[in-house]
Write a protein that binds this ligand. Structure first.
Ligand code: PEP
Ligand code: MG
Length: 885
């Protein structure tokens, strides 16, 4: 029989799929003997069943009642018992943490009667009414769908009427009035009464949490984080403990290490006389955890011990939520905490040094995306003036953009291509679209654990929070600091590493990690941690890493970044600029002599290009691809040319012979689908002399380098073949030229001739193609384009966002390899290619070669190397190491 409910005493952290992250960890802490308020978890399976059928699965309510009975028995009181009520919290908890994206309802069990019982049993009337008002508000909003702003407004009006600065300024009577107002609101908005039955409250709260899985902001978050929509959320039902029972109570959030820098030591925020939600929402400003040492030394010591225990047990940075109820410490949540890129590397290195994890485990915990983030530039601290304001450095990095004051404006401007900084007093989950759209988030309230900080850190977005000097006026759309006023649209710079805000666009400099890759310099802090991770990755990886580079400068940089050769040198990039004219002459040539003259002019230039690259990559393989794109790309635009000729004629001066000839050629070469037209090997087979010229340039460059004492290792690669016949013909020509150059220079020149596999037919006939190919390199850009039938130049703008919205795919197949389709073709080509030619060298040079997830696929597919842009080489090395673990 399927079970839908597990007591905390029954689960463990290995059950996260079923119990969600939060439920599994609550069970784990319970098992460790830590003080966790008792409760139970409704499984993700129940949620999935509910979402599929639209009604609660059979037996669920019975199971919940049975578990509730156990809780009631242990507590010695019943849910909502009129004289001394047991109260419950109901919280979402998915497999992957989705901070603030789904619903929480506290104080279930309160009603018009039990609120009086609570007042008596707690001896605190104000507290009882405050709890009831929270329940009615959360229930009204989350379960009954009343706009949260209506409750907020009622609260603000009452505070104004009482002259209260914050919620603490309202007394029990005020709060009981507020409860009545809230209930009236619910009745008015929904036509329904706030339910007085505790059992009904519980049942509806659980179902509302299930439903929140499909809420808009939860979906948006999942799309961004690539979390599957099918998982569903678990629901945790837990005995309430109260942080708002007076000055010896409070709530806090803490980390076992600093989640921003990764440095050792307890870190966190505490809010006396408050419930957990208040801390995260940044309603009042929190105090640092060290203050707790003075406020409640005993609870502090206990907390510290529990956190030490958790970190050793999980062997990682843990974050926790805790509540102190009248001096007694309760642990409400723990999980392996989110962290910045810098902290990820620093913590991994620290835990290895402390003997808690092995270097392999350390490598598994850092990733290419984090590394890429550390390579971004930072502000030049010497060049920026004094800061306009300071706040808490919540998520590092440098961002420049125009100030906006709400989420919708951020989305609107970002869609128009503007870079924006979202400035809020504090953020709520409703601000998520704006946070996604913005370069950075700046808030005037809240600590390192506020919503803004947690979410920004998770997204790798720059964030400064709690900048208290800033007074934000969203209505007037401006903020001020002292005498300075900053209007919407003004450009500011936000330094998430220093916690500083500057006026204007501050100048940027390379990051320390980038400098390290460029120069090998630097050995402190995060640079050391990164260097150690790279070193270990290089030791364990099986995949080679090469770069896509077309100039000696790029080649040299790639080599500094650790590239072990060039996997793709796109020769078409060498025909741009001044040389376009020479190419034009070649295309327009009417006689063999004219064509030869044009090719002869190009030859020395190409030779020089290749010699420079071979020198920069001396001793390492350099895969040079013969010219690929359609020839018309080298000719002027057809419309522009026609307009120019027409305009000349309109002015009575007939177009020059050159222009008319050019237009003829352009018309002749025009293709409706150039990406499927005369390009790649097809060009080499129909444009006489082109292959020979390119191969001669390569061969002469090799000979020149050899004569200079170098060790050039050029490989010649033929693009876009469909059939082995194409490759056979080109290869014959290549070999003939190599032989000629060897003879004329007296230097033996041998270059392996291989091919790209970038069309489905090539992949499917790879066994035949391998007869002629010394190596394969997957061109996954074209292979994706032709397998899906997606134009790589058009689809991203045309309809990909709709496809992503509809969940047809979670990430563009041009970004991360499509394992099921394109990946399958890769698998076939690898197997059949190597069946013909055992040990056939195989790489990939499409954009996917530098994408972390795709690197893991290529490792598993048995490729020899990946090739990517120079800046992604370190990322690929790291991920290749992780793939091999
Ligand atoms: C490819 O198609 O993946 C490739 C590397 O070639 P290009 O991007 O130049 O077409
Ligand atoms: Mg291609």
């Amino acid at each position: 029989m399927v079970r839908y409910v597990y007591a905390f005493t029954e689960g463990g952290r290995d059950m996260a799929d079923l119990l969600g992250g939060k439920g599994a960890n609550l069970a784990e802490m319970t098992r460790m003997g830590l003080p966790v308020p008792p409760g139970f978890t409704v499984t993700t399976e129940a949620c999935r069943a509910f979402l599929t059928t639209g009604s609660e699965p059979g037996g669920l309510i019975r199971e919940i009642s049975d578990h509730l009975a156990v809780l009631e028995k242990a507590a010695g009181r019943r849910l909502g018992q009129p004289d001394d009520p047991l109260l419950l919290s109901v919280r979402s908890g998915a497999r992957f943490c989705m901070p603030g994206m789904m619903e929480t309802i506290l104080d279930i069990g309160l009603n018009d009667e039990s609120v009086l019982g609570l007042a008596k049993s707690s001896g605190d009337e104000r507290f009882a009414w405050d709890s009831y008002r929270r329940l009615v508000q959360m229930f009204g909003n989350t379960v009954m769908g009343v706009d949260g702003a209506l409750f907020e407004n009622a609260m603000v009006r009452l505070k104004e009427a009482r002259g209260a600065v914050d919620d603490l300024g309202l007394n029990a009577r005020d709060l009981s009035e507020l409860v009545e107002a809230y209930k009236g609101l619910i009745r008015h908005e929904t036509g329904e009464y706030f339910p007085q039955s505790p059992a009904e409250q519980l049942r509806r709260a659980v179902l509302a949490v299930f439903e929140s899985w499909d809420g808009e902001r939860a979906r948006l978050y999942r799309r961004r984080e690539h979390i599957s929509d099918d998982l569903g959320t678990a629901v945790n039902v837990q005995t309430m403990v109260f942080g708002n029972l007076g000055p010896d109570s409070g709530s806090g959030v803490a980390f076992t290490r600093d989640p921003a820098t990764g440095h050792r030591g307890l870190y966190g925020d505490y809010l006396p006389n408050a419930q957990g939600e208040d801390v995260v929402a940044g309603i009042r400003n929190t105090v640092g955890l060290e203050q707790l040492k003075h406020l409640n030394p005993e609870a502090y010591v206990r907390l510290r011990d529990h956190m030490g225990l958790l970190e050793t047990h999980y062997r990682d940075l843990c974050d926790i939520e805790f509540t102190i109820e009248r001096g007694r410490l309760w642990m409400l949540q723990t999980r392996v905490g989110k962290r910045t890129a810098e902290a990820a590397f620093t913590i991994a290195a620290g835990l290895i040094d402390e003997g808690l994890i092995t270097p392999d485990e350390g490598l598994a915990r850092v990733g290419g995306e984090a590394l890429a983030r550390l390579m971004f530039p930072r502000f030049d601290t010497d060049a920026v003036g004094p800061a306009l304001a300071h706040g808490i450095p919540a998520s590092p990095g440098a961002a420049v953009g125009a100030v906006v004051f709400d989420s919708a404006e951020a989305v609107r401007r970002a869609a128009a291509g503007e870079k924006v900084i979202l400035v809020r007093q504090e953020t709520t989950p409703d601000d998520l679209p704006g946070m996604v759209a913005a370069q950075a988030v700046l808030t005037s309230r809240g600590g390192k654990t506020s919503h803004a900080a947690v979410v920004a850190r998770g997204m790798g977005k720059v964030c400064v929070c709690g900048a208290e000097d800033i007074s934000v006026d969203p209505r007037e759309r401006r903020f001020s600091v002292g005498d300075t006023t900053v209007e919407e649209g003004t450009v500011i710079s936000v330094d998430g590493s220093e916690g500083a805000v500057h006026q204007g666009a501050a100048p940027l400099v390379d990051s320390a990690v980038m400098r390290y890759f460029e120069t090998g310099e630097g050995s402190a802090g995060v640079v050391d941690a990164v260097a150690r991770a790279m070193h270990h990755a290089d030791r364990v990886r099986r995949l080679g890493v090469r770069a896509n580079a077309d100039t000696p400068q790029d080649a040299a940089r790639a080599r500094r970044f650790g590239a072990e050769g060039i996997g793709l040198c796109r020769t078409e990039h060498m025909f741009l600029g001044d040389r376009r004219q020479l190419v034009e002459a070649m295309i327009l040539a009417r006689t063999d002599a004219e064509r030869e003259r044009a090719l002869d002019a190009l030859l020395p230039l190409q030779r020089q290009d290749f010699a420079g690259i071979l020198e920069a990559m001396d001793g390492l393989p350099v895969t040079i691809r013969l010219l690929d794109p359609p020839l018309h790309e080298f000719l002027p635009d057809r419309t522009e040319l026609a307009v120019r000729i027409a305009a000349a004629e309109a002015h009575g001066s007939p177009a020059g012979a050159h222009d008319t000839e050019l237009l003829d050629a352009v018309n002749r070469m025009h293709e409706e689908n150039p990406m499927l037209g005369l390009r790649g090997v097809r060009l080499g087979l129909v444009a006489p002399g082109l292959v020979a010229m390119q191969v001669r340039a390569i061969a002469e460059a090799v000979a020149e380098r050899k004569q200079a004492g170098g060790d050039p290792r050029a490989e010649i690669m033929v693009p876009l073949i469909d059939t082995v016949e194409e490759l056979r013909l080109v290869r014959q020509e290549v070999e003939q030229v190599l032989a000629e150059v060897s003879k004329t220079t007296g230097v033996p020149v041998e270059c392996p001739v291989g091919t790209m596999i970038e069309l489905p037919r090539a992949a499917l006939t790879a066994g035949r193609i391998a007869e002629e190919a010394a190596f394969f390199s997957f061109g996954t850009n074209d292979l994706t384009q032709t397998t899906w039938g997606f134009s790589r130049d058009d689809v991203e703008a045309a309809f990909f966002s709709a496809y992503l919205d509809k969940g047809i795919f979670k990430v563009s197949p041009f970004e991360t390899i499509d394992r099921d389709g394109v990946g399958r073709l890769v698998g076939i080509a690898v197997a059949e290619g190597r069946a013909t030619r055992p040990g056939l060298k195989i790489g990939v040079c499409g954009e996917h070669g530098g994408d972390p997830e795709s690197v893991h696929f290529f490792h598993a597919a048995g490729l020899d190397y990946v090739s990517c842009s120079p800046f992604r080489v370190p990322v690929a090395r790291l991920e290749a190491g992780r793939a091999a673990l």
